[in-house]
Design a protein around this ligand. Sequence first.
Ligand SMILES: Cc1cc2nc3c(=O)[nH]c(=O)nc-3n(C[C@H](O)[C@H](O)[C@H](O)COP(=O)(O)OP(=O)(O)OC[C@H]3O[C@@H](n4cnc5c(N)ncnc54)[C@H](O)[C@@H]3O)c2cc1C
Length: 464
Amino acid sequence: MSLLSPATGHRRTVGAAAVRALQDAVPGVHLPGSEPYARLTRTSNLLHPVAPLAVVEVTGPDDVSATVRLAAAFGVPVAVQGTGHGAAEEMRDAILVHTAALDELTVHPQERWARIGAGVRWARVLEAAAPHGLAALCGSSPDVGAVGMLTGGGLGPVARSHGLSSDTVRAFDVVTGDGVLRRVTADEHPDLFWGLRGGKGTLGIVTAVEVDLVALPEVYAGGLWFAEADVPGVLRTWAQWCELLPHEGTTSVAVMRLPDVEPFPAPLRGQVTLHVRFAWTGDAAVGEEMVRALRAVAAPVLDTVRRMPYAALGEVHDDPVDPMPLHETHHLLDGFGVAGADRLLELVGPGVPSAQAMVEVRQLGGRVREGDPCAYAHRDAAYSLFVVGLMVPEVAQVVTRDAARIEAGMAPWLRDGGLPNFTGGSGPAWAQRVFTPLVARRLRALSRTYDPAGVLLAARGVRG
Ligand SMILES: Cc1cc2nc3c(=O)[nH]c(=O)nc-3n(C[C@H](O)[C@H](O)[C@H](O)COP(=O)(O)OP(=O)(O)OC[C@H]3O[C@@H](n4cnc5c(N)ncnc54)[C@H](O)[C@@H]3O)c2cc1C
């Protein structure tokens, strides 16, 4: 007797047939149990493992087209992954297209643009652009994939002065759900150009992207870490200070509770600390003036703010790179200010029990509000709140409850919605958070046109 429902049994049979057909049609098909499958399905958040029927390690757009067409013929969904940094759903019963081998990268220094394959991480782009004094608008972690980040809009450490990363996109090469490779620009398929900037993987599998580079060899940037006793004073000052900060400055704060273990630096671990991140793209002397207000509140225990090459921008947030089991919640705020800072201190400040490793407030605004209309739906949000807890089994329930407590406490500042790159989950619930109803409706219409069979797993959210 089978323990599977007839529907599950049928899906499995169809899935197995699709995988067999794929093995005949495309090279690089890896099955569960193999070393490449294990390597390519790795995710950086261990709480979000992926377990597709098979992984196709594509080597070019033709492999992507063939996979998408074949999967559509069998009615099997297709997902995409480049690094596993943004994995959100299990992908069971789906085929995963893995883009790591799409590793082309060309910098055109005279015309200031770069062509980036879907498997390339920001670190390589930064390194290649730096010798020409040029910068690509990466996110806080250079380890993240450029294409994955750009399809979600992309809010980097210089976002307030230089705008949303996806506003620098000139062109996408994308295989849409009908299996057709299309070049997409503001003039060619402008509807897809709108939708791919912010729509994540709902409309297709991007194989390469072309972005403008900006002349920005150096920034005045880094992090200031403050000890437990100084957290309230600095956080309140930061909240006032950032409201007056010109657009040349991009900043965020994180209330951190780092465990008292290696490899965390001794002055930061085992206590509540405040990590202020700052990147100034104007005159460094003016940037230094700006930071003086924070340095005057208390002496930081660690201060890395200095003139630095743009290529070292990853040091501003100093994001971890090792995989960890993380519970993450994300919200958008209409404002913050001293009242918001006071509330946050009541919720997670020194002396308050909190199970979160990091509670981050990012200031948005500035040039993020500008730019052509695209599927990125929340340009006008003032701040974002990101709450991250380490999900070790003993405290898993506490972490989840604690995140809900923080959300409830910050309710007066919260607005509906979330950013596609920071909002976990999948399906309609995810789409409802990251897209406004108007954006979702437009994406649904595009999805029906370019993906008639509904083969793209990520499109389920907008198709309902
Ligand atoms: C440490 C860390 C720091 C971060 N900092 C920032 C930040 O500062 N700003 C910011 O905006 N985001 C940030 N993010 C979020 C990050 O941009 C998203 O998680 C992004 O989706 C990661 O892309 P990836 O390709 O690396 O991940 P993957 O797991 O490979 O992909 C995640 C998703 O991106 C989409 N995608 C990936 N490749 C393609 C493709 N070829 N075609 C179409 N869609 C594709 C799909 O929806 C896919 O499910 C951060 C994430 C981490 C882990």
